[in-house]
Every structure is written in structure tokens, then in C-alpha cells.
Design a protein around this ligand. Sequence first.
Ligand SMILES: [Zn+2]
Length: 131
Amino acid sequence: MDPTGNPVSPMEQSLHAARALVLADLVAGQVAEADVVSLVEESVVQRRWWVEQWPEGRDYVAGLVAQDVQDALLERHGRWPLCPVCGSGDPHALDVEPELGPDPHWVCHKAGVKVASVGSLGSAAGGAPPS
Ligand SMILES: [Zn+2]
């Protein structure tokens, strides 16, 4: 990091991107209320600390923020994001894969499918898949 205030560091870019991606998925799930947005902010603050300790992990931040928010929502609001793929059976949440890696995406373990990249849940949930 550059203390003299150089433009935006790659780390900050990753954190910004992670925040934007997770917020996009929250909007898609219609749970982007003020208190939920603050959960994202909290997670970003914690992950900023984390990625300062381990700069190589900056590509993993989006997946981690998504999981943080998912955990926090489970306590306060319930499961998120609900699986848009399985039309019947018990409602269940999607999981982030990889848990710690670049290019995170949402998967349904029940159906065994990738549903969408983190940040693209809106396009996956919007229209029913052709059958
Ligand atoms: Zn499912």
C-alpha cells in the first residue's frame, strides 16, 4: 500500500469489487435493506484487515465477503440466497465455491449445478430456465 495516497491499490479494487458483487446479489434477492447493506460493510472492513495480512488473497475476497454476509443473514433474516434452480422440495440456500479461491460462484449442492458467478445472481434468478 502507498501511504502517500496513490490512486486505488489492487487491494482496494478487490474490496470495492467484492462489495459491489455481493450487493448486486443482495439486490437480486431483494434483501438489500439498510441493515443488510451494513452487514456487507462490516464484512468488507474485516476482510480489509485480512487481505492486508495476506495480499495474495485479494482475489478471494469476493467469495469470502459473500460467505460472511450469508452467515450473518442466516442469523438475522434466514437463508440467502435461496436456490432458484430447484423448483420443488425444501427451500435451500446456495453455497459459494470455492470457499477460498478466485472467481467464486454460487452452486446448488442438491442439484449439483453452478447457478451463477457471485455478483450475477440477478440474471440467474430473473428468468426461469428453459425446460
Ligand atoms: Zn437447489
